[in-house]
Design a protein around this ligand. Sequence first.
Ligand SMILES: [Zn+2]
Length: 80
Amino acid sequence: MKVGDAYRCPDNHWARIVWISENGKLIGVKCAQKHFSKMTRVADLTKSRVSPGRYPSRDKKVFVRNLVFLMSVVPTEKTL
Ligand SMILES: [Zn+2]
């Protein structure tokens, strides 16, 4: 395993290893796919205003790309 290798991100996309810790137990995996980040409230402009200057709000899912995940590597051999 080395930097640049393909690896599965937690959402099961193919991603790239961008960092490996010195002891090899932690890796950073950067995935170019979209990942759900959080819910946020935004003004819903498709509905009529409740009152002047106020719009109804709705929940919107926020997705981000190119997240880097820190993942622990499951050892293939027992070190004990
Ligand atoms: Zn992913």
